[in-house]
Design a binder for this molecule. Structure first.
Ligand code: ATP
Length: 360
């Protein structure tokens, strides 16, 4: 069992509280992604699990054993860094076996492990090459291979794909996911890229300003964000937000936005009136017609910008309530300056308290 448990883990650098007493359990064999904007504390959290950074207070347990005070090599972890940290003068074989040779592992066992890992990573034909004779993706695989050879219970990844070009990043994403299915180690992965987090994680941990805001499966984080920050962070293009006022009477609730736009909410159990709120709606829940299932309400708008993505286009539109983006089919034929009625599916809308920004 290589589960990882963080209990009230805090990290201060002088006066800076980089990590503010977080609780987190990574299940055995789980692929858990820590995601958040620059400076949110995700790298510090990973480095504390690795033992590269002391903790100020709290406890970290790996496989049921407290690792506080233990050096990295005694923690049952292996780490893959953003800068692959390969030795340029050593072959792939030597790079992958480096930590095993340091431990004086028998040659036969080293060879067995390196060959097995190289086969999993598709590096069997590259073992005699030097890092400079490899592509960026291959170098990244060697770095992962070096960590895998150690057969640690927990693999830690610190933004391992951020040096790769966009296409290779997408490819490596799939490879790492396949790798996790093959080796079944516990993996903790840090990224600032929400798409990487969503596509790879069994669960994702969304952090901001040293705290954990939400721990959820990708679908839960997308469907039920706990607050405006998570709602705006998960999903591309991001959710649209409008300031408004919630009004409710016996017949139902609605939100008044700027410019006299009134949108009935299909939900019941909202009692308060005149509550300042933020209405959130994702670009994919705005449509060109009210046809089909949903609770669609009209917002007249003028098209500003049309950005084709391939199958879809992202359309930026202006309305009395403000500027927003919708995502629709490329065949929609929308053009800049066109006046259209767009339809918000209010069944898929979100409400946040305007002061606390937590979901209502
Ligand atoms: P990034 O994606 O930019 O690396 P991050 O979410 O990983 O961001 P951390 O590197 O964990 O963030 O940093 C969290 C906070 O702690 C930041 O405010 C950072 O400036 C501060 N910090 C990190 N390392 C140190 C250090 N060695 N000394 C002082 N402050 C630090």
């Amino acid at each position: 069992m290589a589960d990882v448990v963080l209990e009230k883990v805090e990290k201060k650098f002088g006066e800076v509280r980089a990590v503010a007493g977080i609780d987190l359990t990574v299940q055995d064999q789980e692929f858990l992604v820590l995601v958040g904007p620059s400076g949110c504390g995700k790298t510090t959290t990973l480095r504390m699990i690795a033992g590269l950074e002391d903790i100020t207070s709290g406890d970290i347990r790996i496989g049921g054993r407290s690792v506080v005070g233990l050096p990295p090599r005694d923690r049952d972890i292996a780490m893959v860094f953003q800068s692959y940290a390969l030795y340029p003068h050593m072959s792939v074989y030597k790079n992958m076996s480096f930590s095993l040779r340091l431990r004086h592992m028998p040659k036969k066992e080293i060879e067995r492990r390196v060959k097995e890992v190289a086969a999993i990573l598709g590096l069997s034909e590259r073992l005699n090459r030097k890092p400079r004779q490899l592509s960026g993706g291959e170098r990244q695989r060697v770095a992962v291979g070096a960590a895998l050879c150690r057969q640690a219970g927990v693999l830690l990844f610190d933004e391992p794909l951020s040096n790769l070009d966009a296409k290779l990043r997408v490819h490596m994403r799939t490879e790492l996911k396949r790798l996790h299915q093959a080796v079944k180690s516990t993996m903790v992965y840090v990224t600032h890229d929400q798409v990487e987090a969503m596509t790879m994680g069994d669960r994702i941990v969304i952090m901001n300003a040293g705290s954990i805001l939400q721990i959820a499966t990708p679908l839960e984080a997308y469907d039920q964000p706990v607050n405006r920050f998570v709602a705006g962070f998960i999903g591309t293009p991001p959710m649209n937000f409008f300031e408004g006022t919630l009004t409710a009477n016996g017949e139902g609730a609605s939100v008044d936005l700027n410019g006299g736009v009134n949108l009935p909410l299909g939900r019941r159990n909202l009692q308060e009136s005149n509550r300042p709120v933020i209405l959130g709606i994702r670009p994919e829940h705005i449509r060109l017609s009210a046809d089909g299932p949903g609770n669609h309400h009209k917002v007249p708008a003028t098209i500003d910008v049309v950005e084709p993505l391939g199958r879809d286009v992202i359309v930026t539109a202006r309305s009395a309530a403000g500027v927003f983006q919708m995502q629709t089919e490329i065949y929609s034929g929308l053009r800049p300056s066109q006046h259209v009625d767009l339809w918000f599916d209010m069944n898929r809308s979100y409400l946040f308290d305007r002061e606390t920004e937590w979901a209502i």
